[in-house]
Design a binder for this molecule. Sequence first.
Ligand code: HEC
Length: 276
Amino acid sequence: MASERLTERRRVYQQYKADVKERGKPFFPYAMWHDTIMSLVVVVVIIGLAVVWKYTTPGNHHTTDPGWLGKLYDNPADPGTINFVPRPDWYYYFLFYLLRIFKWPESVLLGTIGIPTIALLLLIALPFIDLRSERRISRRPVAIIAGILVVISMGVLTFKGATAKEALGSELLGHVSAWAKKEGYTGNQAAVKGAKLFAVSGCLNCHVYNGDGGQNLGAPELTAEGAKNKGIAFQIAHLKCPSCKNPGSPMPSFAGLGDDRLKLLATFLESSKGSK
Ligand code: HEC
């Protein structure tokens, strides 16, 4: 078996050498000429697209007219935002969704580094694993099925990433009255106001509350935070400086919200005794 394979490889190699002698062309100048022309074509196309983009788009900072190939400027970044939801470009949606499937912290390294690295290593190793000279599609079922599976799974992940629901403040605001009903603080104005702040302040990017949001960085679920009876003063102090109260905490400081709003948030947290 092994020697059969070896003879086959020798035969293919001899065939290859003979083909080169008969029809081969030297690298210089043929391949170099070919590559130079192709690179020039690519550069010229990019320059052409840039020129078309620039001259078909109305050009000032405030326009939202996308022209033919997209707008000239995005909205300026807001350095004061506290509820920005980061989203990748479309070609990273598959990785973005892969990240969501894995849970912090046990398997997140597997999802972000492990699986992509294994896939890449397999791809690099492929020429060393598959040594046959066979190139007909019908004779390579394993490679074909693997290829189709990769395309399907990346397609599904990209679709799921594109349509994934974010913990968007504007959407979560609509859930506040349902939260209040479940937790029984509908009559407590301060708690309801705090819940609205909670919905729009990005807390649900890390915390789960009554089924909303997503768990990140090991943040605890807050549905029954009030049942711990830590008190308003603790909650305010923790929001101002999480790591002062719980050493090593990766939660960011929310001191920037100001004392009044922190008090509302704290009231909301202490009123959240758990869902009924
Ligand atoms: C970047 C992620 C992140 C964000 C955003 C975040 N938290 Fe946290 N939070 C954590 C982590 C991690 C912990 C666990 C460590 C700790 O207790 O500080 C935590 C703990 C808490 C606790 C439990 C404290 C205790 O000891 O009982 C409360 C309450 C809390 N967060 C409220 C909030 C509120 C309210 C917001 C929004 C204003 C918020 N968090 C935003 C990550 C986050």
